[in-house]
Design a binder for this molecule. Structure first.
Ligand code: NAP
Length: 158
């Protein structure tokens, strides 16, 4: 969308430059962090992580993007990696296997005690402050479960 100081010509020029690019990479060097709440669940395993892998594989995520899984289950790093990759198929393609390793290196997991508590959200905020910048949420949670408003640095979550 055009901001107030941008002329129509400038807006068109911007659109020309970014046409065909993912909106996630068209913004230049901005860091992107995707937070997957309910990351331990079936939907995350079968759909969310494979979809994020698809974006990464096609070069539609910025190389510096980070993906942070968040849920109550206590998952070790190895368990989380298995959860992320279980439904991703790369066969014996060495280049894709290498790319998948790079993708999983972008993924990390934070366990919470409850989704509702401000302490848990504060712990997530601390983790993000220490490890990542920016944020974009993904919410494969049951509909009954809406987490509380996200504290800084998670502002801007949609
Ligand atoms: N699975 C699919 O293919 C699929 C397809 C379309 C739509 N959906 C919808 O997506 C949502 C998630 O489905 P799912 O199959 O991923 O379910 P699931 O396997 O039970 O996973 C639910 C996730 O939400 C977390 N969670 C938070 N509060 C919860 C609560 N009170 N009860 C259960 N889990 C809770 C769980 O993590 P922790 O317990 O570790 O916190 C887990 O990560 C549901 O609304 C479902 O109808 C699923």
């Amino acid at each position: 969308m055009r901001n107030q100081s941008q002329s129509v010509d400038e807006e068109l020029e911007t659109l020309d430059r970014t046409v065909g690019m993912s909106p996630l990479v068209a913004g230049g060097n901005r860091t992107l962090s995707i937070i997957v709440l309910g990351a331990s669940g079936d939907l995350a395993k079968k759909k969310t992580f494979p979809a994020l892998w698809g974006l990464y594989r096609e070069g539609l995520l910025p190389p510096e993007a980070r993906i942070v899984g968040y849920a109550r289950s206590k998952l070790s790093a190895a368990e989380f990696e298995k959860h992320v990759t279980q439904y991703i198929k790369v066969g014996d393609n060495a280049a894709l296997q290498e790319k998948l390793r790079a993708f999983t290196a972008l993924c990390s997991y934070v366990a919470c005690t409850t989704y509702e508590s401000e302490e848990s959200m504060a712990a997530l905020a601390d983790y993000l402050t220490a490890h990542v910048e920016g944020s974009a949420p993904s919410l494969p949670l049951p509909p009954s479960h809406t987490p509380p408003p996200f504290p800084s640095p998670c502002r801007g979550w949609r």
